[in-house]
Design a binder for this molecule. Structure first.
Ligand code: ZN
Length: 646
């Protein structure tokens, strides 16, 4: 089996991780899980960066003067609790204060020293304590660090040891030329190539007069500079300095997943450090973009930070994992807001994938007592699934995670459309259609199975549950990519369950179409249904409210209205002999095929209204916040059509 070793950046533990930090871990976890699905023997490393002056300062502030490691112990618990809440499946969690790391750092520093690549000098310059890096004068913005505009860099003059980085410039250029995929995406590679073109200066690799860090083996009064120390964690974790056989087995790393701001450290300093010590550089580095909050940089000090545990708790960890993977082009910057998150949850999970699973399982239950049997080699969905599989694999292999997810959703959408077109509820009325109904139910369930296998790296626990409900023969970590190929064998037993992702309902409820004008007759001492009443007396009496006949309806058919951006034509069952046609202004919130099977609420006694050449017989209730797409007011699926609401 081929091995695949991937890592994330390790984090300073001076504060708890925010959702921007979690973005990196979740997307790296999606890659790790995808590689496992693809049959690789994966080693996935995450960890904490503890030898930072910021961490040391924070430990002192928190009262850990005598034992900063005890502070780091506490932070390790906090960090790993967050990563577990997000279902990150790391195999190893490294901490840079561990003895194994001290051994590795000292071995690499000594090897570089012995190779003549480390020399003593004096360094002075502007130093940003938050970046833990010297900042060239030209990079400062109004005298401040460009990444930390609230901090003034300090002028520092130090006895330092330097790494002869300049010596490796030509070799780095050749390496980039010979390995076009060494740094991705392309925009990041171009940045580094420009930097190399401009020439390289030697870099400081030690700090004098500090005790927090790994002592230099050739000058124990100095410690190794935190960046030089941190990069070595990737080698430490697979045995560098402690287990040569293991190191030979797992090095070079296949992939370092890092933020776009630290590509220089990983693709210039790090290869030079490794070459100097006679070790191969990693195969590949991916520099992802930043996650913003409402268009602003996510930062605790700016108050634009999102707690990843809160995000995972809102709709379950898989919902936030899907958001981070599907809504952001991997490699570019992305944005998060709670409103947008809720909207995507309702569209992608509650209305789309979750509703599809419910419908397939409940139809299998209703029409075939939960036993579905294959009939033929699959119809049109088999073809869609095959194409989605190829697009998915191509996207995932190229770290276009958003593309992989989009491919899986193509299949989900097509399956919703297939059910609408095949109308199993019509087929079920005539026993002559039994074979066709069998085929439709199996085909829809098989398409759901394939989609769940493809989406499992993103939503592991939900997809396992979906696979269980539709009676998939293989689930969990036994799944391989080949299981995402179409299968038309063996009877399957489906299992009913509560909604996977219940809709999240907005708090404010308004009607999207103009309501029938409320009668202004004065209301005597009748009870008012709403708890709060506005100051101006626009209240209505209960007798007025009771004039409005609200009823539960089920959507049987839905289609777009030609030439209308807002209207969808619905055929709804209101428990009457004939279904009704209603035109609803909800096209900005829904695709027609998502609506089929929904249980909604309508105003049943509205006078018929002609609209765009069609007569609308009633009005659906929907809610929408300012500037938001409308969301239908849903009723419980167990309510039969025609049930009075009020
Ligand atoms: Zn800075």
């Amino acid at each position: 089996m081929s091995r695949y070793y991937l890592t994330t950046a390790i984090d300073y533990v001076n504060s708890r991780p925010h959702l921007g930090t979690a973005y990196e871990k979740v997307t790296a976890d999606v890659i790790a899980r995808y590689k496992r699905l693809a049959g690789f023997d994966v080693h996935f490393l995450m960890g904490n960066d503890e030898h930072s002056q910021n961490v040391y300062k924070k430990a002192v502030e928190e009262g850990f003067h005598n034992n900063p490691v005890a502070y780091c112990d506490r932070m390790e618990e906090e960090f790993t609790a967050v990563w577990k809440a997000l279902h990150c499946s790391y195999d190893d969690f490294i901490r840079t204060t561990q003895p194994r790391h001290k051994a590795a750092v000292q071995k690499l520093a000594q090897a570089a020293y012995d190779a003549g690549d480390i020399y003593e000098g004096v360094y002075e310059g502007w130093y940003c304590v938050s970046c833990e890096a010297f900042k060239p004068e030209k990079d400062l913005v109004d005298g401040k660090c460009p990444i930390h505009p609230t901090l003034t860099p300090e002028w520092i003059r130090d006895k330092n040891f330097f790494l002869r980085l300049s010596k490796y410039r030509d070799r780095l250029i050749k390496h980039f030329e010979a390995n076009p995929s060494f740094l991705e995406p392309e925009i990041r590679r171009n940045e580094i190539l420009r930097l190399l073109d401009a020439g390289l200066e030697d870099i400081s690799m030690s700090r004098a007069g500090q005790s927090w860090g790994v002592p230099l083996p050739f000058d124990p009064d100095s410690v190794v500079y935190v960046w030089f120390d941190a990069l070595i964690n990737y080698a430490t974790a697979v045995g560098y300095g402690t287990d040569d056989a293991r190191f030979a087995q797992w090095w070079p790393a296949d992939l370092h997943v890092i933020g776009k701001d630290i590509t220089r450290f990983h693709t210039v300093f790090w290869p030079a450090m490794l070459w100097s010590a006679g070790v191969e550089p990693p195969h590949q580095v991916f520099g992802h973009g930043w996650l913003h909050y409402g268009g602003q940089r996510m930062s605790k000090s700016l108050g634009t930070s999102v707690d990843p545990v809160e995000a995972a708790a809102k709709f379950g960890p898989d919902a936030i994992r899907l958001y981070l993977t599907k809504e952001i082009t991997y490699g570019s910057d992305g944005d998060f807001t709670w409103e947008r998150f809720e909207e995507r949850y309702n569209v992608d999970l509650a209305n789309n994938f979750g509703n599809l699973v419910s419908r397939v399982v409940s139809m299998a239950d209703k029409y075939r007592a939960g036993r579905i049997t294959p009939a033929g080699d699959g119809g049109r969905l088999a073809g869609v699934a095959g194409a989605a599989f190829e697009r998915y694999r191509k996207g995932m292999d190229a770290f276009e995670l958003h593309e992989g997810v989009a491919a899986a959703y193509e299949l989900v959408d097509a399956t919703n459309g297939f059910i609408a077109d095949s109308a199993p509820w019509k087929l079920a009325k005539d026993p002559a259609n039994a074979a066709r109904l069998d085929a439709v139910l199996f085909e829809a369930a098989e398409a759901v199975r394939v989609a769940a296998v493809l989406l499992r790296p993103v939503m592991p626990s939900s997809c396992d549950e979906i696979l269980r409900r539709i009676g998939a023969p293989v689930t969990g970590s036994d799944l391989r990519l080949d299981h995402a190929r179409w299968q038309s064998a063996a009877e399957r037993a489906t299992v009913q369950g509560p909604p996977m992702w219940p809709r999240s309902e907005p708090k404010e409820t308004i009607v999207t179409e103009p309501a029938a004008p409320a009668s202004a007759t004065s209301a005597p001492a009748a009870p008012v249904p709403a708890a709060t009443a506005p100051a101006a007396d626009t209240r209505i009496g209960i007798e007025d409210f009771l004039k409005v006949e609200l009823k539960v309806a089920k959507v049987r058919e839905a289609s777009a209205m030609p030439k209308s951006k807002k209207l969808i034509r619905l055929l709804v069952d209101v428990g009457e002999p004939e279904p009704r046609t209603i035109l609803a202004g909800i096209a900005e919130g829904y695709q027609p095929e998502q609506l089929i099977g929904k249980t909604i609420v309508i105003v049943a006694n509205l006078k018929p209204r002609p609209m765009m050449g069609t007569e609308s017989n009633g009005m659906v209730l929907a809610a929408s916040g300012p500037g938001q797409p409308p969301i239908l007011v849903a009723a419980d699926d167990s309510l039969p059509p025609g049930t009075r609401v009020g």
